[in-house]
Design a protein around this ligand. Structure first.
Ligand SMILES: Nc1nc2c(ncn2[C@@H]2O[C@H](COP(=O)(O)OP(=O)(O)OP(=O)(O)O)[C@@H](O)[C@H]2O)c(=O)[nH]1
Ligand SMILES: [Mg+2]
Length: 350
């Protein structure tokens, strides 16, 4: 399934029902007063966050949503029925903007949370509201107000806990393909991955953790070069980064620094996000080279470097063990952005 993380939709709330002009016509009551009821409120369009949805894919096929109009007021002071709200489920993590102004409307983060995205119109007042000493028999009522109508832009930042980042061709897709059931495209040219691939990596405890294979970053990504900018956005909500480095590259240390600079330039505390450094493709280099790069990378990063081969499935158990360990020590209740400041001891293991 192709992962879609942006969508544009059109929503229109219901119009309020019109107020009614009516008079009491009762036996034995001459010249009964005004008795036209108010119109009912128009239905609103409401988003509700749901854990059951993972993508915005539904909105690719269905992008117009309307709520019902309110009913007209009735005689005998009867208020018209309200229009029914239109409830639309969106995945947790959906951020909603007005498409035209890019004004932020809201952020749906927790299961069940709701957000009114288009307010239904108020019902019009019936003629009984216009009764006064000067006008004992008002002949007018107000029409219902139109419902709000907007084009909305939805964005879903991936809620993956672990983001696999690195230069193009580092082997990120290969790694997620051996750790999870995901089957992303893998090829020996850069920018094979154009949208993030999600994979659930099983744990011994029976549950799993969502990893995201993020498209390759290159120098300047933070300023929009390559595919990077869009995809750094996805990384923002991950709790742990696996920074993958290609051991067969001419200068893995330089590669490491390129990515670190991008993270730092992007801001949002990505640079301080807990990160494990992983040297991939060790099957393709001599053991002496492996230890040389390991030493140099450990020196410059100040933390351990995990040696793996995604293709030969070497070193993966040790790496995963460490991943679970770090995740288990990060509090669930703390947002990653807040966490990264206070948990500086975790990012770079001493
Ligand atoms: N020898 C060796 N080759 C590997 C290993 N892991 C990946 N590769 C190869 O490296 C190339 C790139 O792998 P991908 O998994 O597509 O790399 P990527 O980081 O996802 O690349 P982009 O999506 O372009 O950013 C492919 O030819 C893989 O077969 C490994 O552990 N050892
Ligand atoms: Mg890839």
């Amino acid at each position: 399934m192709r992962f879609i993380d942006q969508a544009e939709i059109w929503v229109k709330a219901g119009k309020g029902g019109d107020g009614m002009v009516a008079f009491r016509r009762e036996k034995y009551v001459p010249a009964g007063g005004p008795a036209g009821g108010n119109g009912g409120r128009g239905g609103s369009v409401v988003f509700q966050a749901s854990n059951h949805l993972q993508t915005l894919l539904d909105f690719k096929y269905n992008h117009q949503f309307t709520a019902a109009d309110g009913k007209r007021g009735g005689p005998k002071n009867l208020t018209g029925a309200s229009g029914q709200d239109r409830l639309i489920e969106v995945p947790c993590g959906t951020v909603v903007y007005h498409a035209d102004t890019l004004e932020l409307l809201g952020d749906l983060t927790t299961d069940g949370q709701t957000l009114i995205v288009a307010q239904g119109g108020k019902g019009g007042l019936g003629n009984k509201h216009f009764l006064s000493n000067r006008n004992r028999a008002p002949e007018h009522a107000l029409p219902g107000l139109p419902g709000e109508e907007y084009r909305l832009r939805l964005e879903l930042k991936l809620l993956a806990e672990v983001g696999i980042i690195g230069l193009p061709n580092a082997g990120k897709s290969t790694l997620i393909s051996v750790l999870s059931a995901a089957q992303p495209k893998i090829a020996d040219y850069p920018f094979t991955t154009l949208v993030p691939n999600l994979g659930v990596v099983p744990r011994a405890t029976g549950d799993g953790t969502v990893f995201a294979d993020i498209p390759g970053l290159i120098a300047g990504a933070h300023a929009g070069v390559g595919l990077g900018h869009d995809f750094l956005r996805h990384v923002e909500r991950t709790r742990l980064l696996l920074h993958l480095i290609d051991a067969t590259a001419s200068d893995p240390v330089q590669d490491y620094q390129t990515i670190q600079q991008e993270l730092s330039a992007y801001g949002q505390d990505l640079y301080q996000r807990p990160q494990l450094l992983v040297l991939n493709k060790i099957d393709a280099i001599e053991p002496e080279r492996q230890s040389q790069w390991q030493t140099e990378l450990e020196h410059i990063s100040g933390g351990p470097v995990y040696l793996i081969s995604a293709v030969a499935q070497q070193g993966l158990d040790t790496l995963l063990h460490r991943v679970w360990d770090v995740l288990d020590h990060l509090s669930d209740e703390v947002e990653p952005s807040i966490l990264s400041d206070s948990a500086l001891s975790i990012p770079r293991e001493k």
